[in-house]
Design a protein around this ligand. Structure first.
Ligand code: SF4
Length: 311
């Protein structure tokens, strides 16, 4: 009996793992397609930090590469910044096992940052500027046409709120951009992927994760607070993060207030109905598309509420 139950549990776990892998592959495939991230003949430099996100990105891209209708090559690149205790052998061992092309770049940015940034000040700003410059240079050296970064949907939403709360800007992280030196195209293939899916996937795939606190830098408190806020919303209002992300893909410049995006000054009346017109004096009705998970939660809550009222 026990062995039957065990077999059932294993079959269920495998079914769920396959479903998750499929969901992530679809999400990455859709993002690549929607934003034209990878084209025929591209050489994609996958930036591998040793964290869950970059391992997942590499894994999914390698899997998509096998079935893609176009040919593209992948080279994994890790930057060893010489933080004390960085386990140098983990990534080469992993990548050798995969049998893919890779390069480990050794640059002691850790010492530079420690020397230049005063004690007690955050080191992340300078550290990431140095890392970015090195990765751009390496992209040129290895002949990469695209640089792939492992930011996912939740990173994008966090950035949106951080910019609104602290930067006074409606700005998130784009799926594809030209680098600040103008010479590289950066892509974010995980942009449609939920962080919780990536966490689960990296557990299932047992990636050899390298801890990200080796430099001893304090975590970015503002980002942590915003991340907690989003996770809390996700628990309490299922579907909210999906809706917010959809909003980023569905922007109405005529209903914001940036004169650089919309010609407010040149607005004129016209004889025919105006497609972007407003009902001006009323609040616009909000069309809600409530996801199935949310509907289930709402109906459970409704029933509880009704029971409470009846008792
Ligand atoms: S946490 Fe450490 S390694 Fe990461 S960006 Fe900050 S200083 Fe650099």
């Amino acid at each position: 009996m026990e062995s039957i139950l065990q077999a059932e549990a294993q079959a269920k776990a495998k079914y769920n793992a396959d479903k998750l892998a499929k969901r992530l592959r679809h999400a990455v495939g859709d993002a690549i397609d929607h934003f034209g991230m990878i084209e025929q003949g591209d050489r994609v430099m996958v930036c591998l930090s040793g964290g869950k996100d970059s391992y997942t990105m590499l894994d999914i891209l390698l899997s998509l590469q096998k079935s893609a209708p176009i040919d593209f090559s992948i080279i994994a690149v890790n930057l060893d910044q010489k933080q004390p205790g960085f386990p140098e052998e983990i990534l080469p061992t992993y990548l050798e096992k995969l049998g893919i092309e890779y390069r480990i770049v050794e640059e002691d940015t850790y010492s530079i940052v420690k020397r230049v940034v005063p004690e007690g000040k955050t080191t992340c700003g300078l550290c990431s500027r140095l890392r970015r410059g090195i990765l751009y240079r390496v992209a040129g050296e290895v002949g990469a046409t695209k640089i792939a970064l492992g930011h996912h949907r939740d990173d994008v939403l966090e950035t949106l709120f951080l910019n609104m709360f602290y930067g006074g800007k409606l700005k998130a992280m784009p799926p594809k951009l030209v680098s600040d030196d103008g010479r590289n195209i950066v892509i974010r293939p995980l942009i449609y992927c939920r962080e919780k899916d990536i966490v689960r996937y990296s557990e299932i795939r047992q990636f050899p994760i390298i801890p990200c606190n080796l430099c001893g830098s304090q975590a970015n408190l503002q980002r942590e607070v915003v991340g907690d806020m989003l996770r809390d919303w996700d628990r309490r209002f299922p579907g909210r993060l999906e809706t917010m992300f959809r909003a980023l893909c569905n922007v109405a410049p005529s209903h914001l207030a940036d004169p650089k995006l919309f010609g407010f000054k040149n607005l004129t009346t016209q004889e025919t109905p105006y497609a972007d017109g407003d009902i001006a004096f009323d609040h616009e009705p909000i069309e809600t598309e409530v996801p199935a998970t949310a509907l289930r939660t709402i109906s459970i809550l409704d029933k509880r509420e009704l029971n409470r009222c009846a008792s």
